[in-house]
Design a protein around this ligand. Structure first.
Ligand SMILES: NC(=O)c1ccc[n+]([C@@H]2O[C@H](COP(=O)([O-])OP(=O)(O)OC[C@H]3O[C@@H](n4cnc5c(N)ncnc54)[C@H](O)[C@@H]3O)[C@@H](O)[C@H]2O)c1
Length: 318
């Protein structure tokens, strides 16, 4: 099997590749990454086992030699930070929408299998303290430029499946944590700021709820979908890990034995979504997927990762 991974030097893509190459088997992995600020070659544990190309997905033609004998594209490539999309969404449109359109054209022409990595943010925001969760039938309601581009990409994938019958699947996953995440994101930022003794900014009241999943569990789900998922289907991936941002930050400080006084409440993000929560019964039932990493355990390991690898993250702390 030959898999073209896009965005494999980023957080989730690198964890996916690391898992794929360490699980043995005869999978050939090609990684296409534009190498934005979010990419880091050090994220790959065995770079020699992967063919790496510094390319922008929105400029691919399908005639690149590495597409020869390829079976599958798994698209992780995206601009991924909501705050950056609020400041300027141009690159988000180019990579997350135009880029996906390019990949879908290539998928169609070369008759490949395609998997789109998407987010629960396409469904918008749930009320705090409600029991409702997103399902595969929830209406799309993106509320910031990032999630709007991800929703657009999903709709393109669905349209290409319907119109051209391409073999495509989508997974919408909740918030990931684990090794290799850029320190602009909540968990690594909290750990690194705590290590440095600098203030940890929390938007608004910090009561916003995210549904946390360890990146390894997400990667297992992706692998199952590629191998056994049904073309045309969408799978929601989540680990029943609802926690408020302030709860997560306090937990990290507690584990690290650092004072809560490092927390600094700052002006809320414009249009900040209140709550995300995933109902993942479909992927559990249809593919037998289960999350395996307990949050406390995964968080402790993640903290350890950032302590041990602190040096390579230091210059990225904003
Ligand atoms: N991080 C999460 O919690 C989360 C949750 C659900 C879904 N997702 C989705 O998973 C995917 C990966 O997210 P991440 O957190 O690993 O992001 P990331 O920002 O860490 O990595 C993105 C990678 O894509 C590359 N890239 C960006 N634009 C590109 C382009 N035009 N061509 C080629 N490469 C390009 C970057 O260089 C980087 O290596 C994204 O599509 C994101 O929307 C993320």
């Amino acid at each position: 099997m030959k898999i073209i991974v896009t965005g494999g030097m980023g957080f989730i893509g690198s964890n996916f590749i690391n898992k794929l190459v360490s699980s043995g088997g005869s999978v050939e992995v090609v990684n296409v990454d534009k190498m934005t600020y979010a990419a880091d070659p050090a994220n790959l544990q065995k770079p020699e086992t992967v063919e790496n190309y510094k390319l922008d997905i929105s400029r691919l033609t399908g005639r690149e030699h590495f597409f020869e004998n390829a079976d599958t594209i798994v698209n992780f490539a995206a601009e991924s930070h909501v705050d950056r999309s609020i400041k300027n969404s141009k690159d988000f449109i180019q990579s997350n929408v135009v880029g996906v359109h390019r990949l879908l054209e290539i998928t169609r022409k070369l008759d490949l299998r395609y998997h789109q990595i998407s987010t629960d943010e396409v469904y918008g925001s749930l009320p705090l303290n409600s029991g409702t969760k997103f399902t595969e039938n929830s209406a799309y309601s993106p509320r910031n430029p990032y999630s709007a581009t991800k929703a657009s990409a999903d709709l393109l994938v669905k349209a290409y499946y319907n119109t051209y019958g391409i073999k495509a699947t989508i997974s919408n996953c909740s918030n990931n944590y684990g090794p290799n995440q850029h320190p602009e994101k909540l968990i690594p930022k909290t750990i690194l700021n705590a290590l440095n003794g600098t203030k940890i900014p929390i938007y608004g009241s910090g009561r916003q709820v995210r549904d946390w999943i360890h990146v390894a569990d997400h990667c297992n789900a992706i692998r199952m979908i590629i191998e056994r998922g049904k073309p045309g289907e969408t799978y929601l991936v989540g680990a029943d890990g609802e926690r408020s941002n302030i709860e997560v930050v306090r937990k990290i400080l507690e584990i690290m034995n650092k004072p809560d006084s490092l927390i600094e409440f700052v002006q809320d993000r414009p249009g900040h979504d209140q709550r995300y929560a995933i109902d993942s019964r479909k992927i559990r039932r249809d593919l037998g997927w289960r999350p395996e990493v307990d949050f406390d355990h995964g968080l402790r390991e993640t903290i350890q990762h950032y302590i041990v690898s602190r040096k390579r993250y230091e210059e990225k702390v904003l």
